[in-house]
Design a protein around this ligand. Structure first.
Ligand SMILES: [Fe+2]
Length: 311
């Protein structure tokens, strides 16, 4: 399983770390954060561009020492509507990791390092960044319950196809340029309430791109030192510019987004029964009740499973 779950104690430590940091690496506009966090995308500034741990040499050294299953790689230039889940297998061709690292630009490759925070050298800086995020989100959205980070290294013209993740993200551009297209997660044309219920229940594949979405894209040009916030489940597609690019994604879930997830799961069950439930996001009280029922159902299921297995 990717990422790390945080207990209340873990979260308190992470938050304290972010609140007491003497020199911040992330710079948020407090008003923008308050008005836009988890509603719409917005840019943030950061100080990682000259950090030695994020140079290409350091990152390739990290790729060589990390467990190989944590390093995903493929050709960079793939269709923008390719399926994300299968893209690493489908567009790997005859690349090997060693060859990709030795001839990265020549092969026009793309590398995703999963969970660099598990490496003892990278853990302090990445957890410090997550602490800074927590210090900003805590007043509006207390308790980061899980996080997972990724470093993307791509050659020119690489594409991350259209998809949505089941969490929030701050994508920070460290080297080169990226164009990030984001779509409004609350636009029913982009994702219907039913599609969101299924997405968060992990039923079927993720909602697919349609060419008519293009007119609704919100486009951000990222250069080194700039990042963009992705609200919960906001669809996105990313294009690397004409040079090599390095970026860091800080993805996380909170108690609030876990509540939405479980409420969507409850809705998906109702849909299975042929019902047409009220979409999530219309009433906080009803969403909370649906979440509680989904969690109660899960507890009952766990209690009964061994009994039924014995019967
Ligand atoms: Fe993503």
């Amino acid at each position: 399983m990717l990422g790390r779950f945080l207990s209340a104690e873990n979260y308190t430590e992470l938050l304290a770390r972010g609140q007491h940091r003497s020199a911040s690496l992330l710079h948020f506009e407090p008003d923008v954060m308050r008005s836009s966090y988890n509603r719409r995308p917005f840019t943030v500034q950061h100080q990682l561009t000259a950090h030695p741990l994020f140079s290409l040499d350091s990152l390739f050294t990290l790729c060589r020492r990390m467990p190989q299953e944590q390093i995903l790689f493929r050709l960079g230039n793939i269709p923008g509507d390719a399926e994300l889940e299968t893209s690493y297998d489908r567009y790997k061709r005859d690349l090997t990791l060693a060859d990709t690292l030795d001839h990265f630009e020549e092969r026009q490759a793309y590398i995703c390092i999963n969970n660099p925070e598990r490496d003892p050298e990278y853990q302090p800086i990445i957890e410090g960044l997550l602490g800074e995020v927590a210090a900003q989100t805590d007043a509006m959205d207390p308790w980061i319950s899980w996080y997972s980070t990724y470093i993307f290294i791509s050659t020119r013209d690489a594409v991350t196809p259209y998809h949505m993740d089941r969490e929030m993200n701050f994508l920070l551009q460290i080297r080169g340029a990226k164009t990030v297209h984001l779509w409004d997660q609350d636009d029913d044309d982009i994702m219907s309430p039913e599609q969101k219920d299924l997405l968060l229940s992990r039923i079927g594949s993720r909602p697919r791109y349609r060419p008519d979405f293009e007119a609704k894209a919100m486009t951000y040009q990222l250069s080194p030192g700039l990042g963009v916030h992705h609200p919960f489940i906001a669809p996105h597609r990313v294009h690397t510019g004409p040079q090599l690019s390095i970026s860091l994604a800080l993805t996380f879930r909170t108690r609030q987004s876990d509540m939405w997830t479980d409420a969507h799961r409850f809705n998906a069950r109702l849909r299975k029964l042929g019902l047409h439930p009220r979409p999530i996001g219309k009433s906080a009280l009803i969403d909370q009740t649906k979440c509680n029922l989904a969690r109660l159902g899960q507890r009952v299921h766990r209690m009964l499973a061994p009994v039924e297995a014995d019967a």
